[in-house]
Structures are given as structure tokens and as C-alpha cells.
Design a protein around this ligand. Structure first.
Ligand SMILES: Cc1cc2nc3c(=O)[nH]c(=O)nc-3n(C[C@H](O)[C@H](O)[C@H](O)COP(=O)(O)O)c2cc1C
Length: 200
């Protein structure tokens, strides 16, 4: 296992995947990482819906793309040149980028910390995935993927409680073979403020 700091520096969003499915043991470890994330009030309210059905993931990813209106990239403002997002490339019709595993994180509609709970669980899972050699991508705003009759039917099939909503999706899969690991954008200056000066 790599060192935690190596993993943090190495993780990046993967948006081009091999069709090969991830191993079940790796999936179980990634889910454990999510289940052991901190959660507001210790309530453990997040539901992790794992879908490895290619057709379902593709249909939901296309519904999500059709219901998203991202601010499209310009020459100077873009998400990623190496791994274009749907905001960078209008030709991408699947907001889940054909990832073989898509985990939708559901949480209670009337809970103040639902988004926070899903975000910290997702970060734990993305770091676990990276440490296991699996690529991941965080997809914000999970609900548009279910915003049509097909999506509603899937929610019924998955037995998602009516008082929960899809906060986000986590994509998992092996990075496309031959792709260079993305280079992180340089970090913006001035984002850390130290009061009282550094300790001597
Ligand atoms: C809250 C949140 C929402 C995001 N939503 C999307 C998304 O809808 N589609 C996508 O391709 N990437 C999405 N991302 C991934 C970001 O684009 C990515 O983390 C960012 O560009 C930094 O790149 P890195 O992850 O490679 O460090 C999201 C990330 C976060 C934290």
C-alpha cells in the first residue's frame, strides 16, 4: 500500500476507462472506506447504490448529461485538457464516461448535512480506489440522472426510500490503458492564511 500522502498527491479525476470491471475484493475495500467515513451526528445515513450494469449506467449517464447545463470550457477556463469533462467536450454524451462501476450516494432529503456526508465518504473512497490502482471521478448533483420515467423506475427497482435523494455519483474503473496519468493543475497561491505567524 502506498503512503497516504503519496495517494493524496496521486489521485486525480479519471474520465477515460477500460471496459474491464474492477475486482470484487477491491470494490468491497472501497465501500468499506466509504462506510468508515466521518458522518454528521454519527447517523450513518448515506446509502451506497452500486451499479455495474453497463446498460443501466449508460442510460442514467445519458439522462444526467441531457439534464446538465455545464458552463462550457473556453480557451482559458477548462476542467481538464488531458481528461475532458462534459464541460470541456460537447461531444461527450454520457456524464458517467462509460465507467464500468457507478455508485450513487443517496442521503435524506431533509437533513442539513447530506451533501457533506456524501462528499467525505466519496473522498475516502476515491483515495482507497487510487491506493488500489483504480481510477475514480466525483460527479456532483446526482439527481438529474433519475429525472425521467426510466430513472424513476430504476429508483423503484433499487428500493430507494422516497425521503432520500441522489446527492452524487462516484465513478470507478481502470484508467484507459496507454493514457498518461494526468498532471494536476498548479495550486493557486494565497489560499492558506496563517494568523499570528508560523510557530518558531
Ligand atoms: C463537488 C464536485 C463535483 C464534481 N462534479 C463533476 C462532474 O459533474 N463531472 C466531472 O467530470 N467531474 C466532476 N468533478 C471532478 C472535478 O472536475 C475535479 O475534481 C477537478 O477538476 C480537479 O481535478 P482532479 O480531481 O483531477 O484533481 C467534481 C468534483 C467535485 C469535488
Amino acid at each position: 500500500m502506498p503512503d497516504i500522502f503519496e495517494t493524496i498527491m496521486h489521485r486525480c479525476s479519471i474520465r477515460r476507462f477500460e471496459p474491464k470491471q474492477i475486482e470484487e475484493t477491491a470494490l468491497q475495500q472501497i465501500l468499506q472506506a466509504g462506510l468508515y467515513a466521518p458522518c454528521a451526528g454519527g447517523r450513518q445515513g448515506v446509502i451506497f447504490a452500486v451499479c455495474q450494469d453497463k446498460e443501466v449506467n449508460e442510460r442514467l449517464g445519458k439522462i444526467k448529461r441531457a439534464n446538465s447545463n455545464p458552463r462550457m470550457a473556453t480557451a482559458t477556463s477548462f476542467v481538464s485538457r488531458e481528461r475532458p469533462s462534459i464541460a470541456d467536450d460537447p461531444k461527450l454524451t454520457n456524464a458517467f464516461y462509460d465507467a464500468p462501476t457507478v455508485i450513487t450516494l443517496f442521503a435524506p432529503k431533509n437533513f442539513l448535512f447530506s451533501v457533506d456526508d456524501c462528499a467525505v465518504a466519496a473522498e475516502n473512497m476515491m483515495l482507497a480506489a487510487d491506493a488500489l490502482g483504480i481510477g475514480s471521478c466525483y460527479i456532483g448533483q446526482g439527481w438529474p440522472a433519475f429525472a425521467d420515467p426510466y430513472g424513476q423506475e430504476i429508483l423503484r427497482q433499487w428500493n430507494i426510500p422516497a425521503d432520500h435523494y441522489a446527492v452524487m455519483q462516484l465513478l470507478l474503473g481502470y484508467a484507459k490503458e496507454g493514457d498518461k496519468h494526468p498532471t494536476p493543475k498548479p495550486r493557486k497561491e494565497g489560499r492558506v492564511i496563517r494568523m499570528g505567524g508560523a510557530a518558531k
